[in-house]
Design a protein around this ligand. Structure first.
Ligand SMILES: Cc1ncc(COP(=O)(O)O)c(C=O)c1O
Length: 367
């Protein structure tokens, strides 16, 4: 499929096979652990075992790969994709640079498993300043970063990191490939959690990596086959089906995100409102601003009162789904104040969400 098509067309048609009379629009999932072999023995290129081979997974990978602009490998979760990249690339003595304000499990993995393997980790805030890239093997960026929603100029960091001989990876979870294509901006590899907006229905874990480097692809594929963290055929099928509405969902979430950021800024109880659409870089680097807004209430008790009073906002630790949700990140160990909320706009009507938020904040303000 050519990139001349619009977002909705691409999210619906990417990777879908040509029409065949009598076939469904989206081929159903192929459930197989072993496949029938030729009695003479295994034929290379023919599906043999589900860990390495599955046509439903390949269909999902070709769809995501088209949207990202690279070859894609699907994983059982976003964290499985990230750890596959890190363990495929990094060796004892290497240095890794990661965001100090990004997804916390990456910092935990670096501090535990990677440190034990002899990998040194340097942390840098997403918005910078970045230390020297000299001696760094891999720079992992996350933009917009979860949960603070800071951004980094991918092309600028990629230029400087490449000049120093480092590889550059971008976690594209919050933006999704319809908003931002890091490979075109100079990144060597994209990793992401498809659990969030990409699959978007809060009903599965999914991850992926995408790259145009044959070496990185081979290394991560081998790691995945040996490590075994593959998504199930059913989840791959469900994810591809869900991606058909990705552009529609993002548009609604994005419109609500802008309105919610405005509402929160006007409300006396909310402070420190953060929304990616505020920055000039967002307008240059992203095509759709994600429907995520972070803000602070005075205390954890105020957040609980706000959540109890809301009829539409689920207390849940994820984002990008159909349902609006809010997560108090301090409870998971993010270094943010106790009343810090990461708010994810769902696909509810914007006016309904605004009315619900207003009454829930007004109720919480009475504490
Ligand atoms: C930015 C980011 N990357 C990666 C992950 C990990 O994804 P998963 O939960 O699918 O393992 C998350 C999960 O919240 C995330 O927010």
């Amino acid at each position: 499929m050519t990139t001349q098509y619009g977002d909705s067309t691409r999210s619906l048609h990417a990777g879908i096979p040509d029409p065949v009379p009598g076939a469904p629009m989206l081929p159903g999932p192929v459930f197989a652990a072993p496949y029938h072999l030729d009695p003479e023995g295994y034929t290379p290129g023919v599906d043999g075992y589900g860990r390495g081979d599955n046509p439903t997974r390949r269909l999902l990978e070709s769809a995501i790969g088209e949207l990202e602009g690279g070859d894609c490998l699907a994983f059982a979760s976003g964290q499985a994709a990230i750890t596959a990249l890190l363990l495929s690339v990094l060796r004892s003595g290497d240095t890794l640079m990661i965001p100090s304000d990004g997804y916390y499990n990456v910092r935990s993995f670096a501090a535990s498993t990677l440190a034990q393997l002899g990998v040194t980790t340097v942390e840098a805030p997403t918005a910078g300043p970045y230390p020297s890239f000299e001696g760094v093997r891999l720079v992992l960026l996350e933009t917009p970063a979860n949960p603070g929603l800071d951004l980094v100029d991918i092309a600028e960091v990629a230029r400087a990191a490449h000049a120093a001989g480092a590889l550059v990876a971008v976690d594209n979870t919050t933006a999704t490939p319809l908003s931002q294509r890091p490979l075109e901006l100079g990144a060597d590899v994209v990793v992401a959690s498809g659990t969030k907006a990409l699959a978007g229905h809060s009903d599965m874990l999914l991850g992926y990596a995408a790259t145009n480097s044959a070496d990185l692809l081979d290394a991560m594929r081998q790691f995945r086959t040996l490590g075994g963290a593959v998504p199930s055929p059913f989840d791959c099928w469900l994810a591809r089906r869900s991606m058909g509405t990705l552009a529609l969902r993002l548009r609604q979430q994005s419109a609500s995100g802008a309105a919610v950021a405005h509402l929160l800024r006007e409300h006396p109880l909310a402070d420190n409102v953060r929304w990616a659409g505020d920055s000039d870089l967002a307008k240059r680097q992203m095509r759709i601003i994600p429907g995520l807004v972070s803000f602070e209430l005075p205390s954890a008790e105020h957040v609980a009162a706000f959540l109890r009073a809301s009829a539409l906002v689920a207390a849940a630790t994820s984002f990008g789904g159909l349902h609006s949700s809010a997560d108090r990140r301090h409870q998971w160990g993010d270094s943010v104040p106790p009343g810090f909320v990461r708010f994810s706009c769902g696909v509810e009507d914007t006016e309904d969400l605004l009315a619900d938020l207003t009454q829930a904040l007004d109720t919480a303000a009475k504490l």
